[in-house]
Design a protein around this ligand. Structure first.
Ligand SMILES: [Zn+2]
Length: 682
């Protein structure tokens, strides 16, 4: 028994809170990513202060080879994904150690086609940089990154110098304040940069690929407004030296709030047409809000994760209210309330303090909790509490109680019922939420309109006309959706009204909701959707027209032959598919169309384009050897959703006679990782 107990105790001891023993102060690291074998070579100087006498401390370093110096006073060794520093360490003393390492990251650092970027959340930075996984130890990181000449490098902090070598350039960055290791980031690629300066004098750097430079304004629209708004709204100056934002290829999330260096998905790179359909504003505001909530004050443990995500979601919503108005604010709250209520009604509601809660809970229920608290104690007290909370705990770690203490200090209102209903309870307080939502005049009108869904058209005609003419996107969209199930003469004039009076959003609702085939009476109106400044509308209308009016297919294809759409080329891929499916259309170009569509499955395109391409190619039955090889490549992609999609599709294709035999015969020509995957599934 005793042995068994000891066996269980040992890991416990070694995983105990190292933050009680040592405080890592500063890590100066010089890193050189190696593209050929996707490894990182680095040298670091680590400064730390001992808080309790001890004979060893460690850094986390996953899959890392250590090169030690013989004359080091502190003995270094690596085991167990850690670098151990051994010495007779004395309480109160500070020490410094330097070493060289080589890491082979399986995650956290990604080479994607022509870029390199990192993703450290929640404790992954140690895959490429020896550091501390525990977010309770905040460290000042000063990075140097060595990259090919001509590439741009972005990292945390202020760019201080670069030194040119023959074919490499070393970029140096300086941080002045400490942060948890998961917020360390680098990005290397071909970028152009635009700079703005906030009202308070902080430099805002915005990056894009050179070929996307015309998309700078729409992609980063409202960036300065959001920044200035937050400094006023939060009441605490932006805590870092500068702020940079970089879109990267095949990113794993919408965005990541690395300190001073947010990385985000290239899917948010938009032109001014795409801006109306989908844009970066929400993610822009969310990641910026984290620079205070998460980066300046950081949770001690997962139980308090809503202090990051709930706050970032709520403040992003406030920024959007500032830009897009009150109706938008309430509309988003209403939508998340519906999702939370549905979850709760299935008995799957979660407490905000549950460390294993879903994103919906941490983000949206967290935002709801803050919205309700703001209503309960009033805006002035709310702002004061947030300001005090940030100032008191800046550059430190926090718990929910730390925030609540500041709330209680500024208000006489009893917040105990709020704590119970919004923090601790797993069910969503739907009725309280609904009461709050009825503060919005617009939502009251919306609820009245929704109540008419089952009413006969003749009874609600007047209200639908009013809604379509209201120039409110959400009311007009609801009115259009109520037309879908209607038949007969009466509905036609309402559709015509929506086409002629409706704004871009109303017309998009028409494009998305009208059933095909489109009535001959609405043909002209429906055709006009192809000219709308919306890639969602154009894509949907092109398909609707192609299906509805076969004799005019060539006309529609000719009209849209230069349209590409979003970053994922939604219109181009649909167009190629339709062109290949239209008998008699451009016979001499058919082979080029086929090749172009197949080429979009190649690994030098983003996974969004590739996934769309694979779907169309599969549906057309034009999977050839090269597409098959591209698909096998997708089966080992770092982005799990795309990888799973490719694996499912390959599974389908393997049912086709000959595919398995072909891959078996070609096995040795695949790169190692792909070969390993094939061996598993064939
Ligand atoms: Zn977030």
């Amino acid at each position: 028994m005793r042995c068994l107990l000891l066996f269980f105790l040992i890991p416990f001891l070694s995983f105990g809170q190292q933050t009680d023993t040592v405080d890592f102060l500063k890590i100066e690291a010089s890193v050189q990513p190696k593209w050929d074998d996707r490894s990182v070579f680095g040298s670091t100087v680590v400064d730390f202060k001992i808080l309790k006498d001890t004979d060893s401390v460690y850094l986390n370093a996953v899959n890392t080879k250590l090169f030690t110096k013989k004359d080091s006073l502190i003995a270094l060794s690596s085991s167990d994904n850690k670098i151990w520093l051994k010495h007779d360490f004395k309480k109160g003393e500070t020490y410094s150690v330097d070493f060289v390492y080589e890491a082979h990251p399986k995650k956290a650092l990604y080479f994607t086609y022509d870029q390199l970027w990192t993703q450290g959340q929640g404790k992954n930075t140690s895959n490429w940089l020896p550091s501390i996984d525990d977010m309770n130890d905040k460290i000042e990181f000063d990075l140097k990154v060595r990259a090919d000449k001509g590439k741009s490098v972005v990292a945390n902090g202020k760019y201080v110098a670069h030194v040119d070598g023959n074919d490499k350039t070393t970029w140096a960055f300086d941080m002045q304040q400490p942060m948890p290791s998961y917020l360390v980031a680098i990005a290397v690629g071909d970028f152009v940069k635009k700079e703005l300066t906030s009202d308070s004098g902080i430099v805002l750097e915005m990056y894009l690929r050179p070929e996307d430079s015309l998309k700078m304004e729409p992609t980063y629209r409202y960036t300065k407004e959001i920044f200035d708004f937050f400094e006023k709204e939060i009441g605490v100056p932006y805590p870092w030296q500068n702020y940079k934002q970089v879109p990267v290829r095949d990113f794993l999330y919408a965005g990541m709030e690395n300190t001073t260096a947010t990385l985000f998905s290239e899917a948010f790179v938009v032109d001014s047409i795409a801006f109306k359909d989908r844009n970066y504003v929400n993610v822009n505001a969310h990641e910026l809000a984290h620079q205070w909530f998460g980066n300046l004050v950081t949770e001690t443990e997962g139980k308090h994760h809503w202090l990051h995500e709930g706050f970032a979601t709520y403040y992003a919503l406030l920024a959007e209210r500032h830009i897009f108005g009150n109706d938008y604010y309430y509309w988003k709250l209403y939508n998340t309330a519906e999702q939370l209520r549905a979850l709760s009604e299935q008995g799957k509601g979660q407490s905000l303090l549950n460390p294993k809660a879903s994103s919906l809970t941490f983000y949206e229920k967290g935002a709801w909790a803050l919205h309700m608290l703001n209503e309960l104690i009033g805006e002035t007290a709310f702002k004061q509490a947030v300001k005090n909370y940030l100032e008191k705990h800046q550059f430190k770690n926090v718990t929910t109680e730390d925030f609540l203490a500041e709330v209680r200090a500024v208000t006489a209102v009893d917040i105990t019922p709020w704590e119970k209903d919004w923090l601790k309870q797993s069910a969503f307080k739907g009725e309280q939420a609904l009461n709050s939502l009825t503060n919005s005049e617009f939502l009251n009108s919306y609820f009245q309109l929704v109540a008419l869904r089952k009413a006969p058209l003749s009874d609600k005609r007047g209200q639908l006309i009013w809604a379509i003419k209201s120039n409110n996107d959400y009311l007009a969209e609801e009115a259009v959706h109520q037309l879908v199930l209607e038949k007969g003469e009466g509905v036609l004039s309402l559709y015509q009204l929506a086409f002629s009076e409706g704004n871009i959003a109303t017309r998009q609702a028409l494009a998305l909701s009208m059933e095909t085939p489109i009535s001959e009476n609405l043909k002209g109106s429906y055709e006009s959707l192809l000219d709308d400044p919306s890639y969602v509308t154009q894509e949907s209308a092109l398909y609707g027209l192609w299906v509805s009016f076969p004799s005019d297919r060539e006309k529609y294809l000719e009209k849209m032959k230069y349209a590409y759409g979003f970053q994922d080329q939604n219109i181009r891929l649909l167009w190629l598919t339709l062109a290949l499916s239209t008998e008699g259309y451009a016979p001499s170009a058919q082979d080029f169309f086929k090749k172009e569509l197949q080429n979009y499955s190649r690994s030098d395109y983003s996974y969004e384009i590739r996934e769309n391409a694979f779907q169309y190619i599969y549906s057309l039955g034009i999977v050839d050897e090269e597409v098959l090889e591209n698909l096998v490549n997708g089966c080992t992609h770092h982005y799990w959703r795309f990888r799973d999609f490719c694996r499912d599709l390959l599974g389908e294709l393997l049912k086709t006679p000959g595919v398995k035999e072909y891959l078996q015969a070609q096995m040795d020509s695949f790169p190692e990782k792909e070969k390993a995957y094939l061996k598993r599934v064939l």
